[in-house]
Design a protein around this ligand. Structure first.
Ligand SMILES: C[S@@+](CC[C@H](N)C(=O)[O-])C[C@H]1O[C@@H](n2cnc3c(N)ncnc32)[C@H](O)[C@@H]1O
Length: 218
C-alpha cells in the first residue's frame, strides 16, 4: 500500500463562502460533528492540529490505513480522532480510562454503530481481551502518559501479523526534563523488542514534541 488516504477520507473544501482555493482543501470524513469542526453537508473537517493521526495523514506518513479496517484505538479521550476513524473504518474499539472524556466518547459513538467505547486501562489488556477481536488491522495509540512503548508492546497481542501500529509519542509525557530526541530514541529501541519501525516523522508542525511512528509486528 502507499500513503494514499484511506477510502472514506478525502480532501474537501470548507469555508462557507464558496472559496475553493488550496487552503480550503482539508482532510475530511463523513459523519456527525463532534468537536465543533467545520462541516459541509455530510463532510466534517479533520483538524490535524487537534489529532495526531490527522497530522500523520496530513504529513503523508505511510499508515497503510484502509477503509473498513478493524482498529484498536488506545487513548480515545472524548473521541476527537477516533470519531473520524470510525467514520471510515470497520469495527473500532476505543479504549479510554478516564471517566469524564469517556462520557463524551459515548456521545460520539451514539451515531456511529461501528465505534465501541471501552472504559479500560490500556496497560491492562487482559481487561478488554474478551471484547476486542484479535488480528486487528491497526492499533492507533495516543495515550500521552509515561511508558508509551510498554503500552504498545502489551497490546501487540491484538495486532494481525501484517497489521500496523500508528503511534504518537509525546516526549514530555516520558520525562519533561530530557531532550525529546533522546526520549524518542529510547521509545524506538524499546519498541524494537516486538515491532519493526517502518517510518518516523516529527509531528512538530501540528503537535510540539511529538513523534509519529509507523511500525509492524515482528
Ligand atoms: C492526548 S489524549 C488523547 C487524544 C485523542 N487520541 C484524540 O486525538 O482525540 C490522551 C488520552 O489517553 C488517556 N490515557 C492515558 N493513559 C491511558 C491508559 N493507560 N489507558 C487508557 N487511556 C489512557 C488519557 O486519559 C487521555 O484521555
Amino acid at each position: 500500500m502507499s500513503n494514499a488516504l484511506p477510502d472514506g477520507v478525502e480532501r474537501h473544501a470548507f469555508g462557507g463562502g464558496g472559496g475553493d482555493g488550496d487552503d480550503n482543501d482539508r482532510l475530511a470524513t463523513r459523519g456527525e460533528p463532534v468537536y465543533g469542526e467545520p462541516t459541509d453537508g455530510e463532510w466534517r473537517a479533520w483538524d490535524p492540529s487537534r489529532s495526531k493521526l490527522g497530522a500523520m495523514l496530513e504529513l503523508e506518513m505511510e499508515t497503510n490505513l484502509a477503509g473498513g479496517d478493524t482498529v484498536l484505538y488506545l487513548g480515545a479521550a472524548s473521541g476527537t480522532t477516533v470519531s473520524h476513524v470510525a467514520d471510515f473504518a470497520g469495527p473500532t474499539y476505543a479504549i479510554e480510562f478516564a471517566a469524564r472524556p469517556a462520557r463524551d466518547l459515548l456521545e460520539a459513538a451514539a451515531s456511529r454503530p461501528r465505534l465501541f467505547p471501552l472504559l479500560a486501562d490500556a496497560r491492562k489488556p487482559d481487561t478488554y481481551a474478551h471484547v476486542v477481536e484479535s488480528d486487528v488491522d491497526v492499533i492507533v495509540q495516543d495515550v500521552a502518559t509515561r511508558g508509551q512503548a510498554r503500552v504498545a508492546l502489551e497490546n501487540r497481542q491484538f495486532l494481525a501479523d501484517d497489521g500496523r501500529l500508528l503511534l504518537a509519542v509525546k516526549a514530555r509525557s516520558e520525562d519533561v526534563t530530557r531532550d525529546p530526541a533522546a526520549v524518542f530514541d529510547d521509545v524506538r529501541e524499546e519498541l524494537g523488542a516486538e515491532y519493526e519501525v517502518l517510518e518516523t516523522k516529527s509531528l512538530e508542525r501540528y503537535h510540539a514534541d511529538h513523534l509519529g511512528i509507523v511500525a509492524r509486528p515482528l
